[in-house]
Design a protein around this ligand. Structure first.
Ligand code: GLY
Length: 350
């Protein structure tokens, strides 16, 4: 078991890794006047701690403003007051909708994240980014507001299909390649233990990933042009691939391709060591995260995504670029040049 805290505008956040989620929740609940649990439809019986339970649809269908209104109607009916707490149990989309609902109910109540997928354990559960789709626009409404605690119980991973289990390793490799060489070496060197879901190896990797993310979040919580941009490494191209393929490619695999592509572009721009794309291809490939993608079919979407990217400033993008394994810098690159290099360098991945 490992535990740490990070600081935020909303106070200190506790992060507990490799624990029994029900035991931890029972301990936390004594601080509140009431609770409501929101659980992914795939694991409806996942929380038996005496809180009323509402089941939430996974994926984009549940991550919607209508779900938020249903949640608010339900908790209001329960009589939950401002000293109550919401508990979100599920993958990233469930945590997003629950975190957002908690942030606006009665002008904000506490919430606790219990992520149940590798991807949500190493990314969405920590950092306070919440958001929902509305008016047919993805993630158009949201706030940054931290959970009170993040509780990580590896028993949820026991039944996760391998395809989903490995997805989170794209984000782990992202932390490694951008800011933690030792983490990347560990992930490469302990592949067999990690792929067989060894608890000790997982505990170290999740802890190290979350410590890296938490320190970045502490320094740039609101993602206002500071360090938090590094968490988006590989995501500019990755998001474009997801949208061009109608989300038929998983987030981890899209980010994996996005990182390899952005690393190649970094080499062409003269910032990135040629070893970086090779290391990424090797590490991501060994976790089965490299999928052959027709970038040509995604070009229109990439141009569209780049021009709408939040990292855009006029005709430029301010992109996190890995210089060498474990190091990165913010680089200003023309949108035209970036898209041209993506077309030239990323036609074929791997
Ligand atoms: N997932 C990126 C961030 O939390 O900033």
């Amino acid at each position: 078991m490992r535990e740490f805290t990070y600081k935020s505008r909303d106070g200190e956040v506790r992060v507990l890794i490799n624990v029994n989620h029900e035991e931890c929740l029972r301990g936390l609940l004594s601080n509140y006047t009431g609770c409501a649990a929101f659980v992914s439809r795939s694991i409806p019986g996942a929380v038996k701690v005496g809180c009323p339970v509402m089941v939430i649809d996974d994926g984009e269908s549940g991550k919607d403003i209508n779900t938020v209104l249903n949640i608010i109607k339900w908790v209001h009916g329960l009589g939950l007051d401002r000293d109550g707490v919401f508990i979100g149990v599920g993958g990233g989309s469930v945590l997003d909708v629950v975190g957002f609902s908690a942030s606006i109910y009665l002008r904000g109540v506490d919430y606790v994240n219990v992520p149940t997928t590798t991807l949500s354990m190493v990314d969405a559960a920590l950092g306070g980014k919440t958001g929902v789709n509305a008016l047919g626009i993805k993630n158009v409404i949201g706030v940054i507001r931290q959970p009170r605690a993040v509780i990580i119980d590896f028993s949820f991973l026991d039944t996760l299909p391998m395809q989903n289990y490995v997805d989170g390793f794209a984000e782990v490799i992202k932390y490694g390649v951008t800011m933690d060489e030792e983490l990347l070496e560990y992930v490469i060197g302990n592949k067999d233990a990690l792929l067989s879901r060894d608890g000790e190896a997982l505990e170290w990797v999740v802890y190290r990933s979350l410590i890296n993310k938490a320190r970045v979040v502490e320094r740039d919580e609101l993602d206002r042009g500071g360090e938090r941009v590094v968490l988006n490494y590989g995501h500019t191209v990755g998001h474009a691939i997801e949208s061009a393929t109608g989300f038929s490619i998983s987030h981890g695999r899209a980010v994996a391709a996005g990182m390899i592509c952005e690393a190649r572009v970094g080499v062409r721009l003269g910032y990135t060591s040629p070893d970086v794309p090779k290391t990424l291809t090797h590490s991501l490939g060994s976790y089965g995260l490299i999928t052959r993608i027709d970038i040509a079919g995604a070009i229109g979407s990439i141009i569209n995504a780049v021009t709408r990217d939040k990292k855009r400033s006029g005709n430029y993008l301010k992109l996190p670029v890995v210089t060498d394994v474990g190091r990165w810098e913010l680089v200003k690159v023309g949108i035209g040049e970036f898209t041209r290099l993506v077309i030239e360098e990323c036609r074929s991945i791997p």
